[in-house]
Ligand binder design. Structure first.
Ligand code: CTP
Length: 408
């Protein structure tokens, strides 16, 4: 993934033990195509040497104001010109205090004051230092100045104490930075989606389910959150980690999923049915474990409610998106589902292309035609779906279904 191609990041490393995570972060950024200029403070260099960052980034490390590497000696100005962002990780209580008050007494603090690009900071310190009113006052000032604050996390600290103040992990910071650069096509929108399979009990130990992995739904929740939406995900039984900035509600049965959707529906702009909801469930659920007797057995099933169909039919329906996983005749089935449920958009895929795997190949069906997306990792496909969804929403003025405006 060349997610950072063409982007130059100035990575400030100050004096905290979490500096070792900055080495991993610079490796991840370089691997994703970024050019990384590391600015290492004196205290930072006590924890990780400049040679480590130089080897990882393939570029010289900046440590002092007083060098002649730039012809006119203006590293404090030139380093941020054309940079996509400055990220300070780890950011100690000291550097945060300096930034909050405009103190500039070394290369990093001066270039932050002189920068014309966004500044992100990843605080890292002992929990008492983090909780101290002085630090909290400084964080409020930085926030007000538009500085993006990443973390800190809570947990075991290098000092042996436990609490808030740990720097976020390198991969989390990488993801945060990636998200920061994503176009915010769903900013201000609220998205509700379902994901994963459902489980319909037969008796206390058995039930009917399906092989949905939940990966596509979770990827879509992540992509919506990256695009600036407030996301609520109603998830069937899957053991996947919750994407960042996504509120998750866990359910088992289709009835619980419907209930959770209805409860969370007010105020939503978009509803996406990604879940493979059971179409049928046992009519009677045995309260006791059913015993075998060697004879054939008949299970009587009854139809479940179609959650997506029900939401899309409401007079106050949000913008509705459905999924159609088919084993054949994709175009015919997906289009008929779109029309039958009155959906603005259907994401169709052949089960052999996506079910359970890490990649997917989908085609998007809306009132204007069919739009195939290339086969890719599910998160990449999810971002493609979000881009299409956002532009379609704009064309349709957010209506749940219908034709694009005449002038679009
Ligand atoms: N869906 C739903 N509630 C259900 C069944 C499906 O919300 N009880 C949603 C799914 O999340 C998906 C879409 O409807 O977005 C799937 O449409 P559907 O016609 O129900 O597909 P299948 O269940 O695969 O039906 P069929 O077996 O007829 O293909």
């Amino acid at each position: 993934m060349n997610a950072f191609a063409g982007k130059r990041i100035v990575l400030g490393v100050t004096g905290g033990i979490a500096a070792y995570k900055a080495a991993e972060l610079s490796r991840l950024l370089v691997k994703a195509g970024a050019t990384v200029d590391v600015v290492l403070t004196q205290a930072g260099s006590e924890f990780v040497g400049a040679m480590t960052f130089q080897a990882l980034t393939g570029r010289p490390v900046w440590q002092t104001l007083w060098n002649d590497r730039m012809s006119h000696g203006m590293a404090h100005i030139d380093l941020t010109r054309g940079a996509a962002a400055v990220l300070i990780a780890p950011a100690t209580a000291n550097v945060l205090a300096k930034l909050a008050h405009g103190v500039c007494d070394d290369l990093l603090s001066i270039l932050c004051l002189a920068r014309d690009c966004p500044l992100l900071v990843a605080p890292a310190m002992n929990r008492q230092m983090w909780e101290h009113p002085a630090t909290q006052r400084n964080m409020a000032l930085l926030s007000r100045d538009g500085v993006k604050i990443l973390g800190p996390a809570s947990g075991d600290q290098a000092c042996g104490e436990v609490g808030e103040g740990r720097m976020l992990e390198a991969k989390t910071l990488f993801d945060e930075l990636y998200t920061f650069f994503q176009p915010k096509s769903l900013a201000g929108k609220r998205v509700l989606l379902t994901a994963g399979p459902t489980f319909e009990p037969i008796d206390p130990v058995r039930g009917l389910t399906n092989s949905s992995s939940g990966k596509m739904g979770f990827a879509l929740a992540q992509a919506c959150a990256e695009a600036g939406a407030t996301v609520t995900m109603i998830a069937g039984p899957v053991a996947l980690p919750t994407p960042r900035n996504v509120q998750r509600v866990d359910v088992q049965t289709s009835a619980q999923m419907r209930e959770a959707v209805l409860q969370n529906l007010p105020g939503q702009n978009v509803f996406i049915g990604v879940a493979a909801v059971a179409d049928y469930r046992p009519k009677v659920v045995s309260t006791e474990k059913i015993k075998k007797n060697g004879e054939p057995m008949t299970l009587v099933l009854e139809a479940t409610s179609d959650i997506l169909g029900e939401i899309a039919a409401r007079p106050d329906a949000p913008f509705c998106v459905g999924f159609a996983a088919e084993s054949q005749n994709l175009e015919t089935y997906a289009e008929s589902k779109r029309k039958a449920k009155n959906l603005a958009l259907v994401v169709g895929n052949l089960v052999q292309d996506g079910l359970g795997g890490e990649t997917n190949r989908v085609t998007l069906f809306d009132a204007t035609g069919a739009y195939p997306l290339p086969s890719a990792k599910k998160i990449i496909v999810a971002r493609g779906i979000v881009a299409h969804l956002a532009s379609l929403m704009e064309k349709l003025d957010g209506k749940p279904c219908g034709k694009p405006r005449a002038n679009s």
